[in-house]
Ligand binder design. Structure first.
Ligand SMILES: Cc1ncc(COP(=O)(O)O)c(C=O)c1O
Length: 382
């Protein structure tokens, strides 16, 4: 029986040639293919700068270094996100304010964020990390207006949203264009829209952030252009680089981006139609009707209180369908409970969302009959 996972990479026949060419070249890393990939990303997203790196986590790391994040700086984050963002913030000893999500979307709730910003006793907020869960743009215009009003830095953890677009005043923008954010970060992990195996990219339109990130990406080393044997270290840095080999895969994957997004949207359309009149489940909707998701994830929510989520996930698994929860809220983790004293009761929407939301398969190897099977198994009496 075919195993149908909630997500899966798609490697195309023509992805091999460029990887092979780079393997045979003089540069496996720090070579020209990295720069070609970055240029193509920049052109695709329409950002001024794009800086490739070893993972989505590295991109976030560069972002926090770029904004000069210091101990005790206040950063607002959603309570539901992959741990990369808050793990890093914890490493920086930032003062993290964990905010509840919107129960319907699973994304950071702007109304709750605004309430916090209005509180007089909260000192200046350095940054907010918005996250476009599943690929659905999360209130970009409203967060941007809030940024202008309260003057914080807006970072988008866009790891789910490569290829998603949003619309403001009848103009369409790519997430990552940074027209309404300071920095955007992406992951090219195999389960994301396109892959470089491991890999990521940071985009920004602000030169200072680009330059700081670039230095941090490579040990803080400033090379002397006239002497290949001489360099200075002007700030601390690490090795967060993406290799030429990974970049080669990224280049040919990017060539297929429109096809990939169309296929994912076709699957979403199938599910949307099926679930539109379903008594057991509802789907997570795109709130702003002109926004478009790359559909990194397809999430559904259980309607009935009687149907328990773990039972459903296990039933799907018995039928070789692997679903997932995105994500376990941070208050569930022992580290976060211990360090930040997080309690589920302070996050009622996240608690409800977590009880009823699963991601079901959406990727290019899902055939029509797989989708039919998924829908039918989901609706079996268990
Ligand atoms: C929302 C989000 N943020 C950050 C990351 C970290 O990306 P990476 O695994 O490439 O380090 C991921 C990866 O799963 C993610 O989904």
């Amino acid at each position: 029986m075919k195993l149908i996972t909630y997500s899966k990479q798609k490697i195309f026949k023509d992805d091999f040639a460029l990887v092979k060419k780079v393997l045979k070249s003089n540069f496996l890393t720090t070579g020209p293919t990295v720069e070609i990939f970055e240029k193509k990303i920049k052109n695709y997203l329409n950002s001024k700068y794009a800086l490739s790196c070893s993972s989505g986590t590295s991109a976030l790391f560069m972002a926090f270094k770029a904004i000069d994040l210091k101990k005790n700086d206040i950063v607002i984050c959603p309570i539901v996100n992959f741990v990369a963002t808050t793990n890093l913030l914890s490493l920086f000893n930032a003062n993290i304010i964990f905010v509840d999500i919107n129960e319907e979307t699973g994304a950071l709730d702007i109304t709750k964020v605004e309430k916090i910003l209005k509180k007089k006793r909260i000192k200046k907020v350095k940054a907010i990390v918005n996250m476009h869960i599943g690929g659905i743009p999360n209130d970009i215009e409203k967060f941007y207006k809030l940024k202008k009003k309260y003057n914080f830095l807006l970072i988008e953890d866009s790891c789910h949203a490569f290829g998603s677009t949003y619309n403001i005043n009848n103009r369409t923008y790519k997430i990552g264009s940074c027209n309404h954010a300071d920095i955007s970060t992406f992951s090219f992990h195999p389960l994301k829209t396109i892959t470089t195996c491991e890999g990521g990219v940071l985009t920004t339109n602000i030169k200072k952030f680009y330059e700081k990130s670039k230095l941090f990406r490579s040990h803080g080393i400033n090379r002397n252009k006239n002497n290949h044997y001489s360099y200075d270290v002007t700030q601390i840095g690490l090795n967060l680089r993406l290799s030429d080999l990974n970049s080669a895969l990224g280049i040919t994957q990017l060539q297929k981006i429109n096809y990939i997004i169309k296929k994912r949207n076709d699957i979403a359309k199938y599910y949307n139609k099926k679930f539109s009149k379903n008594d057991n489940f509802k789907t997570i909707k795109i709130i702003n009707k002109n926004d478009k998701s790359c559909y990194h994830l397809y999430r559904i929510q259980i309607k009935s209180k009687k149907l328990k989520i773990n039972k459903l996930i296990n039933h799907l698994k018995l039928n070789n369908i692997i679903s997932q929860k995105h994500y376990i809220p941070l208050y569930e983790f022992s580290f976060y409970k211990k360090k930040y004293g997080l309690k589920s009761n302070n996050y009622p929407c996240s608690k409800e969302y977590f009880k009823k939301t699963i991601s079901i398969p959406i990727h290019l190897d899902c055939k029509k009959k797989d989708l039919e099977k998924i829908y039918s198994v989901l609706n079996e009496k268990i």
